[in-house]
Design a protein around this ligand. Structure first.
Ligand code: MG
Length: 312
């Protein structure tokens, strides 16, 4: 074992390569109370790209009042667009957001739907179907412009108001998002309550309903320490796109604990230990998260970042 790298022992039935969809600059920072300067965000994106991440969700074109942290999307995006070999999706809630993203040359967008009525109401002040109706023209226009469209689906396993979410309910919304034209669906465990059997059951049901596994990504939160176990279950099922946030930045305001997104370093440690290629340089990524933690004034919650940056 080399210091700073896991031993590599491949496991059976796993993909050769995984694409990490890095959400730190958007999902990670959006709940930060202190506004991070635009130049720091831009440097964060460039450092992540430099560490080998090929998809970095850059920012969000929601109304600045909703997410003040990301109100600088117009200033930030021109500072990061065009990084060679890196996809830079941006979150878009409606047609106005799409107009803003298109004006800046975004080539990839994401819309965010909910699997449950309670969260659709809390997050979007709409029913699940009203939210989908709102996204329909956004997705259609984006595809006409040649953009890739990802559909985020929140509360795929449990909901803070409704409890366990029936698999059939998630499958129904996934199918609607595919019908709208989303080429990738990110299955979100927004409050982190999924366990591996539940993940396998949902993925099996989606396959049975005709949703191709290649169109799926998983987005786990580590609230109860299950994110990596759930990820492994998804990999065994053929999923090859995994969302994660550098340094474990970001949480869910609806989850009880502050622990949020799966840390990219923890994910990459496991993937490389399994001999799965990611293209990520774990040392450079960890250095980036240590740098960002200094900017935010508190240590990263990632176990791997802590272990690799620990000084005797
Ligand atoms: Mg998240």
């Amino acid at each position: 074992m080399t210091a700073g790298l896991p031993m590599t022992v491949p496991g059976p039935g796993l993909p050769a390569r995984v694409r990490v969809h890095e959400v730190g600059p958007r999902d990670g920072l959006q709940n930060e109370k202190g506004v991070v300067p635009t130049e720091v965000k831009a440097e964060f994106v460039h450092r992540l790209a430099g560490a080998g991440l090929t998809t970095v969700e850059a920012t969000s074109f929601v109304h600045p009042r909703w997410v003040p942290q990301l109100a600088d999307a117009e200033q930030l995006f021109p500072l990061v667009r065009g990084i060679e070999g890196v996809r830079l999706p941006v979150l878009v809630p409606n047609e106005r957001g799409l107009d803003r993203a298109l004006a800046l040359g975004a080539r990839e967008i994401a819309v965010f739907a909910s699997a449950t009525e309670s969260f659709a109401k809390a997050n979007l002040n709409r029913t699940v179907d009203e939210a989908l109706d709102m996204f329909a023209p956004v997705v259609t226009r984006a595809i006409e412009q040649g953009l890739r469209v990802r559909g985020y689906l929140s509360m795929c396993f449990g909901d803070p108001w409704e409890g366990p979410v029936p698999v059939e309910q998630v499958v129904r919304v996934c199918r609607r998002l595919r019908e709208l034209g989303c080429d990738e669906l990110s299955l979100g465990d927004t409050i982190g309550v999924a366990t591996p059997g539940h993940v396998a059951r949902l993925l099996t049901a989606l396959g049975g309903a005709g949703v191709p596994t290649g169109a799926l990504a998983v987005h786990f939160h580590d609230t109860y320490g299950q994110a990596l176990a759930n990820t492994l279950a998804a990999l065994q099922h053929g999923v090859t796109t995994v969302d994660a946030s550098a340094g474990g930045l970001g949480g869910c305001p609806y989850a009880k604990s502050a622990t949020g997104n799966l840390a990219t370093e923890d994910l990459v440690w496991m993937l490389h230990g399994l001999g799965i290629e990611t293209g990520v340089d774990l040392g450079r990524l960890t250095a980036t998260s240590v740098w960002m933690a200094e900017r935010l004034g508190r240590p990263s919650p990632s176990r791997t970042v802590r272990a690799l940056s620990h000084k005797e």
